[in-house]
Design a protein around this ligand. Structure first.
Ligand code: XIL
Length: 339
């Protein structure tokens, strides 16, 4: 039978999903679904800093290795996510960053060396910097001030050049890895998303002008039904990214339902699928060859864990291609059709 994996492959594209090692080990149906449908696996937590180096100098690859072993058994590739992020960093890192730039740089270099040195046989593709752009006014969670870069612990310790430093440090570890900058909140046509795209384009231009080793832009694509999506400005944005020579990946696709839900599951699922089709048609036409969803089933979506996410009739949010019983939804058809 056709799967998203086989459909993508036949079209010369890649489909994947974020996966959890704990569920691979405990839920056979979940594991079978990922084996069948995904060619790429992104660890949802297992490659974040707190998982890989919970204490200084003590690396723990056990959780990540569970995913790598599963991927090898099923001829899948694993993406690395994420080397630098403002979340999922242990307290010892925050304390070290407060000790000044030399210490901060040392911590970054040691982490990259430990992680990339150990995983390079298996993971060829990394989100090196995740979510570096500040949310403009009007965003769901706007950042104070008008700095176009998010003032993360890394920014505070090392200044705006922490991004370039991170990419150069990763490249120095292994010249053949694909290095990605990953960002969210840049898909829709709200004024804040448009401003965030401008900020991102300016950052990418600056990095590339300086010869910073950067290969791809990851577009998270946590889509929101309550926001307008206009294909034209997003297509223009993708053109600009492509003109810079960067590859484009959709890295975390899922859909938050609107504040006012349509009546009944068929109507809700149709609306979600329509949005996904609209979005992916533009992304694929714009040169994106890799589509990764943030999970596969509504049973295990991170959206269901968020405060304020709508539920109805005891059902979780319905933003992924498989429902809580692991049945294909209209969103599956939408992805299959776009790939
Ligand atoms: C999320 C996970 O899905 C959750 O389980 C976790 O509690 C928090 O992180 N953008 C990212 C991902 O880059 O790493 C986030 O993953 C979702 C938003």
């Amino acid at each position: 039978a056709e799967t998203l994996r086989s459909i993508a492959r036949a079209a010369g594209r890649g489909f994947g999903a974020a996966v959890r090692a704990d569920l691979l080990g405990s839920d056979a149906a979940y594991a079978a679904l990922f084996a069948a449908e995904a060619e790429l696996l992104t660890p949802e937590w297992e490659a974040k800093w707190v998982a890989l180096q919970p204490e200084e100098g003590r690396f723990d690859f056990s959780h990540l290795n569970a995913i790598i072993t599963f991927a090898q058994a099923n001829r899948q590739r694993v993406r690395g996510h994420a080397l630098l992020w403002q979340e999922a960093i242990p307290d010892w890192v925050k304390a070290a960053l407060a000790e000044g730039p030399d210490r901060a740089r040392g911590v970054m270099e040691a982490h990259f060396a430990g992680v990339l040195g150990t995983t390079r046989q298996h993971i060829r593709d990394w989100d090196v910097v995740n979510e570096p752009i500040a949310n403009p006014p009007g965003a769901d969670v706007p950042q104070a001030g008008d700095n176009p870069l998010r003032e993360t612990p890394w920014f505070k310790a090392l200044g705006p050049n922490y991004i370039e430093m991170a990419f150069r440090t990763a490249r120095a570890q292994d010249a053949t890895l694909r290095l990605t900058l990953n960002e969210y909140g840049i898909e829709e046509s709200t004024p804040d998303a448009e401003e965030k795209r401008r900020r991102l384009l300016a950052l990418l231009r600056r990095l590339l002008d300086k010869g910073c080793p950067l290969d791809a832009l990851g577009i998270q694509a946590h889509l929101q039904m309550r926001k307008p999506f206009d294909p034209a400005p997003f297509a223009r944005f993708l053109d600009q990214i492509r003109a810079m020579g960067l590859a484009i990946l959709i890295t975390e696709l899922d859909v938050r339902e609107p504040d006012t839900l349509a009546e009944g599951i068929p109507a809700r699922d149709a609306a979600v699928a329509e949005r996904v089709k609209q979005f992916l048609d533009v992304a694929v036409a714009g040169g994106c060859r890799t589509v990764i969803t943030w999970g596969l089933t509504d049973r295990n979506s991170w959206l269901g864990n968020e405060p304020g996410v709508l539920r109805r009739d005891g059902a979780t949010t319905r933003g992924l291609p498989f429902d809580e019983e692991l049945r294909r939804k209209p969103m599956w058809q939408a992805i299959a059709g776009a790939l």
